[in-house]
Write a protein that binds this ligand. Structure first.
Ligand SMILES: [Zn+2]
Length: 154
């Protein structure tokens, strides 16, 4: 085990990773005189110029982006969707079927596609799907529910 105690190529050093944005163990890849020039991050395996540790142990902690261009994570922004997709769909359907009469829901009722249903618990909804033999999928403002209909007194 001839591992030199001197810092040098192949040794490990704590450095600030510009990709991971935190202090991590790095392997020294190249030296410039007695200074570390390039290091390889043990976490992301990227080789970058040595940066002194910043005392940041969590991503986004005290890290101040150094304003360099990096592959910005645009996907995070795309994932932020404020509105409930069910509600969007519901609004669209209510608008499409605004002329349809509102029927109050009952298991003995008969409903068909596009019928507007007024349900005592879920409010107003639209029949979006017929499920054989006696169920309908109804889109309510906050949720999609499967309801029974067309029931015979049993
Ligand atoms: Zn890294």
């Amino acid at each position: 085990m001839a591992r030199s105690t001197n810092s040098g190529v192949g040794s490990e050093a704590l450095a600030y990773c510009t990709s991971c944005k935190m202090d991590l163990n790095h392997v020294v890849v190249s030296m410039q005189g007695d200074r570390m020039a390039k290091v390889e991050c043990r976490t992301c395996k990227k080789i970058h110029a040595y940066k002194a540790p910043k005392g940041v142990t969590e991503p986004g902690g005290a890290a101040k982006a150094t304003g360099t261009k990096k592959r910005a994570s645009k996907k995070a922004a795309a994932e932020v969707q404020e509105s409930n997709p069910v509600e969007v769909e519901w609004e669209k359907l209510m608008n499409t079927h605004r002329a349809a009469p509102m029927k109050s829901y009952s298991t003995k009722g008969h409903f068909t596609l596009g019928d507007k249903i007024n349900h005592p618990n879920f409010g107003e909804g639209i029949v979006g799907k017929l499920i054989y033999p006696n169920k309908v999928e109804v889109i309510f403002r906050t949720d999609v529910k499967i309801l029974i209909h067309g029931g015979q007194a049993s």
